[in-house]
Design a protein around this ligand. Structure first.
Ligand SMILES: [Zn+2]
Ligand SMILES: [Zn+2]
Length: 345
């Protein structure tokens, strides 16, 4: 089968590999019908994910059809359309039982697919702990509607869930990339008084204006003043930092009102500085990533009910054979791209 493979730092290539086989009774083999490319894939390519293994098939955002299940997999059966979770988790350890599945203590717990074990930018993928890692897609939900459930949408859902949003709040979301927009969609479910999105790219600002006209938009330079003007207590009640730069990290706590919750969703390339003397007296609560992706069934129900729609984010489509071109467009943010869908053929 065709598989997009991590060859060496800076180089992914489409290679021919054997179709994966079951290795454990709890595994499933999924025929990938639609996949996507995530910024984390680029982090692997650029060598900033040290635990990524050379030779693995990359890709951790996908939906597909179950082809085969091990003897101990109970939840899905061959023929089921499923979303695949970015995280591998056992469902039984202390962290899993508390919903902290990102910290599952299994050797493959956390983000393994497309990083430490073969992922889904391929024709087939082996999913460990299929009962945890797969969720059935409702019949009325399309592959494109479900494509982002297991990763970026799960991240947005988790960020909004842990940020203690109330109906009186002004929520600031920094960054309107794919994860930022997913965070916005999930924040809307909590119906805060107002939502402000801070974004630099004119293309993405245009996207927010077009699709979510009720959302206020500002730029990084104007953000502090704008938030002070458009909030009830001199700053945002909740800040979600999804941009991942040094500037955006500082902006996140600076735009927060005293006693706010600041949720760090972004993954940074570098350590960040918490200038505690400057923030003394602000009494902030920081919550840091990454996603506990265990809400996929609920997210699928919300999609089925028409309450979340990420299909406008899918701006480009390529067959797997042309995935290198899909990467070029996504990596260089060309042609207004937000998310790319990679089809089986
Ligand atoms: Zn990802
Ligand atoms: Zn576990």
């Amino acid at each position: 089968m065709l598989a997009y493979t991590y060859i060496q730092q800076g180089k992914f290539e489409l290679t021919e590999k054997p179709k994966p086989v079951l290795q454990d009774g709890r595994d499933a083999i999924v025929r990938v019908t639609l996949g996507s490319i995530c910024t984390s894939d680029l982090h692997i390519k650029h060598g900033s994910v040290p635990r990524a293994k050379v030779g693995i098939t990359v890709g951790h955002e996908m939906v597909g059809v179950v082809e085969q299940v091990g003897a101990d997999a109970r939840k899905v059966k061959p023929g089921d359309r499923v979303t695949v979770n970015v995280e591998t988790f056992c469902g039984e350890c202390f962290f899993c039982r508390h919903g902290y599945v990102n910290n599952c203590t299994d050797p493959n717990g956390g983000w393994a697919l497309g990083c430490r074990i073969d992922g889904g930018q391929a024709e087939y993928v082996r999913v460990p702990y299929a009962d945890q890692g797969l969720d059935r897609i409702p019949d009325t939900v399309s592959d494109e509607q479900a494509l982002l459930v297991g990763d970026v949408l799960a991240t947005g859902f988790w960020a909004a869930r842990i940020s203690e949003i109330t109906p009186d709040d002004t929520v600031l979301i920094i960054g309107a990339g794919p994860t930022g927009i997913c965070t916005l969609l999930c924040t809307m479910l909590h119906r805060p008084r107002r939502i402000i999105v801070c974004e630099r790219s004119e293309e993405r600002i245009g996207f927010i204006h077009r699709h979510y006209p009720e959302v206020l938009v500002t730029t990084p330079d104007a953000c502090r003043d704008f938030v002070a003007e458009h909030s009830d207590h001199g700053g945002a009640d909740v800040v979600m930092e999804v941009a991942g730069s040094d500037d955006s990290f500082a902006l996140a706590w600076q735009c927060a009102r005293p006693n706010a919750v600041v949720t760090i969703v972004a993954l940074y390339d570098r350590p960040q500085v918490l200038p505690l003397p400057d923030m003394y007296g602000k009494n902030l609560t920081f919550k840091t990533g990454g996603v506990d992706g265990c809400d996929c069934a609920e997210i699928l129900r919300l999609i089925e009910a028409g309450r979340i729609d990420t299909t406008p984010l899918i701006t480009h489509r390529y067959p797997l054979a042309e995935i290198a071109e899909a990467y070029r467009i996504f990596e260089n943010k060309l042609d207004g791209v937000i998310k790319v869908a990679v089809t089986a053929r």
